[in-house]
Design a protein around this ligand. Structure first.
Ligand SMILES: [Fe+2]
Ligand SMILES: [Fe+2]
Length: 154
């Protein structure tokens, strides 16, 4: 499903779901990494996976500071449009790249919504904006690789 993350009225609920979304992204990257035929993609993709792991960690620290226990893994809800199950069934690098772009559309939308809020503390705003910049960079790289792989397709 297209993610509704970022629309929560309660700030703690928003952080909780952002963390679950980032867990979903980690799982999707892990699955995509195992499927890539082009080994050159793997180091970049694993650095993106690590960015999402950092997002989980840093958001969890702030949620805990609000007196709430952060989630410790992905939710059953599956926020991403093309989560790990879909990725696992795809054939060929272009199909995997296209699916990961769709997922990064979801992470971009969620962080854009979060960044548009007016009730963020300075610390949380800096974190959300930094994460949004990461998500934009991820999507841009994936788009470039997909365009290049289509241009070189036989
Ligand atoms: Fe993330
Ligand atoms: Fe990302």
């Amino acid at each position: 499903m297209a993610t509704a993350v970022g629309t929560q009225s309660d700030l703690g609920d928003l952080l909780h779901q952002l963390i679950e979304l980032d867990y979903d992204a980690i799982e999707a990257y892990r699955t995509a990494l195992a499927r890539f035929e082009d080994t050159g993609f793997r180091s970049q993709m694993s650095s993106f996976q690590q960015d999402h792991e950092r997002h989980v960690h840093e958001l969890s620290v702030l949620l805990r500071a609000m007196g709430r226990e952060p989630p410790e893994g992905p939710d059953m809800k599956q926020y991403l449009t093309k989560g790990k199950v879909v990725i696992a069934g795809l054939l060929g690098d272009p199909a995997v790249l296209a699916a990961m772009i769709t997922n990064e559309d979801d992470t971009n939308t969620a962080y854009e919504r979060a960044a548009a809020r007016v009730d963020l503390s300075t610390e949380l705003r800096e974190l959300v904006e930094h994460n949004l910049a990461d998500e934009r960079r991820h999507r841009e790289w994936l788009r470039e690789k997909l365009a290049a792989s289509r241009a070189s397709a036989p």
